[in-house]
Design a protein around this ligand. Structure first.
Ligand SMILES: NC(=O)c1ccc[n+]([C@@H]2O[C@H](COP(=O)([O-])OP(=O)(O)OC[C@H]3O[C@@H](n4cnc5c(N)ncnc54)[C@H](OP(=O)(O)O)[C@@H]3O)[C@@H](O)[C@H]2O)c1
Length: 249
């Protein structure tokens, strides 16, 4: 998939990795980017120049991915895309047992798994009509092993990894490339409470687009993610133990 002249939709585009993806797409020669976000006004307040900078190339779309009517309107509006980037996600930092009830775990499944599935189902026919194109799902290293300090988030991201594999097979016949990105900690609002070395959203965004152009399927970009993948391949049990030890005593 070539970024040059592509037409993309990015979810959760108002901040963090999503906003960096929009910038990288435009800098990489994309013809147009639909920037899906829950609150366009909030973006205008935080970064008044953002939409102005890319005038004519970036079109904001009101899109809460858990709202069926908004997903349906996005499908109607962004009928010309050949690249869907499912980036929107939430992390409640809740454990399976430590949480008061199931509300946080359900919300993570709702956004990270079910709503992303709804986006893929909505846009699969659009991508087919436009020649196949590509879907990128922003997963996490937590898709591959449980981090108990964000146990229910890890479960939702593991579900999204499984979805990514299944959809790749189902959409192969229509020529849609399906890629998963597995970031480690990245310096965004989501990871502000994590005291570890972090990758940058810009490096994550550029690495994502480079991997897409290279036809990769499973992508590890930041140094922690690259090391994590190596450790997981050589000694998965030891990685599981180390993740468990991150829980506060
Ligand atoms: N940061 C990390 O360390 C890290 C590591 C691995 C994977 N990831 C993944 O990377 C992706 C981007 O996260 P980030 O680090 O950029 O976090 P972030 O700064 O917290 O941004 C999350 C984005 O998702 C949007 N979002 C949340 N719920 C939504 C919904 N129902 N509908 C539409 N948009 C919604 C947010 O919109 P609002 O502004 O409206 O809330 C925001 O734009 C997520 O999928 C995350 O799981 C992050």
């Amino acid at each position: 998939m070539k970024i040059e002249n592509s037409i993309a939709l990015v979810t959760g585009a108002n901040r963090g990795i999503g906003r960096a993806l929009v910038t990288a797409l435009i800098n990489g020669g994309a013809k147009k980017v639909y920037a899906g976000m829950r609150d366009v006004e909030a973006l205008n307040k935080n970064d008044p120049q953002f939409l102005e900078r890319f005038k004519g190339k970036v079109e904001p779309v009101s899109l809460d991915i858990t709202k069926k009517n908004q997903v349906d309107s996005a499908v109607e509006k962004a009928y010309d895309i050949n690249l869907l980037i499912n980036n929107a996600g939430i992390a409640n930092y809740s454990g399976f047992i430590a949480a008061d009830d199931l509300a946080q775990a359900r919300q993570e499944m709702e956004v990270n798994y079910f709503a992303t599935l709804a986006m893929i189902r909505g846009f699969a026919p659009v991508l087919k009509k436009n020649g196949g194109g590509a879907i990128v799902n922003i997963l996490s290293v937590a898709s591959l092993i449980n981090f108990p300090m964000l146990g229910s988030y890890s479960a939702s991201k593991a579900a999204l990894f499984s979805l990514t594999q299944g959809v790749r097979a189902e959409l192969a016949a229509q020529g849609t490339q399906v890629m998963g990105v597995f970031p480690g900690p990245i310096d965004t609002d989501m990871a502000k409470g994590i005291d570890m070395e972090k990758g940058s959203p810009e490096e994550t965004a550029q690495g994502t687009l480079d991997a897409l152009e290279n036809g990769q399927e499973d992508v590890f970009i930041d140094p922690m993610a690259v090391q994590f993948q190596k450790d997981l391949l050589s000694d998965p049990k030891s990685v599981e133990r180390q993740c468990g030890e991150m829980l506060p005593a």
